[in-house]
Design a protein around this ligand. Structure first.
Ligand code: FES
Length: 136
């Protein structure tokens, strides 16, 4: 039985920012091929900052703690700062994860980064549409 740090237990028992954002600016989904667990992040962006973050995780306790920690670390950060969050830094912030649970941390930052990429690509296509409309 792996032992978890107090922080992992705290975020697992009382996960922060669980849920879904209606009409999110970006959404990122990642699946863990090792165990089949899934994590989805929803973001709202204001002035290049993450104004709101919510997540839904179908996974183990470590994956839930990781999602919760990622959502806290990224809250209010600029998109660039949030992109700099790594799976390793999340695991470190949680006080470490047991070795056989390190793969669970791989979902967290990736799902958030995917949500930011989704936001950026939507924004780019909107920009393109607007400029096409202006041109047309
Ligand atoms: S066992 Fe699936 S994410 Fe942890």
């Amino acid at each position: 039985m792996p032992t978890y740090s107090e922080k992992v237990m705290d975020h697992f028992m009382k996960p922060r920012n669980v849920g879904e954002i209606e009409n999110p600016d970006g959404m990122g989904e990642v699946g863990n091929p090792v165990c089949g667990d899934m994590m989805t992040f929803y973001i709202k962006v204001k002035d290049n900052r993450l104004a709101d973050i919510k997540f839904k995780t179908f996974g183990c306790g470590a994956a839930i703690a990781v999602s919760s920690m990622v959502s806290e670390m990224a809250q209010g950060k600029t998109l660039e700062e949030a992109m700099a969050i790594t799976n390793d830094s999340v695991a470190a912030e949680l006080g470490g994860l047991p070795k056989n649970k390190m793969h669970c941390s791989n979902l967290g930052a990736d799902a958030l980064h995917n949500a930011i990429e989704d936001y950026k690509s939507k924004k780019d296509s909107l920009k393109k549409e607007t400029s096409d409309a202006k041109r047309g």
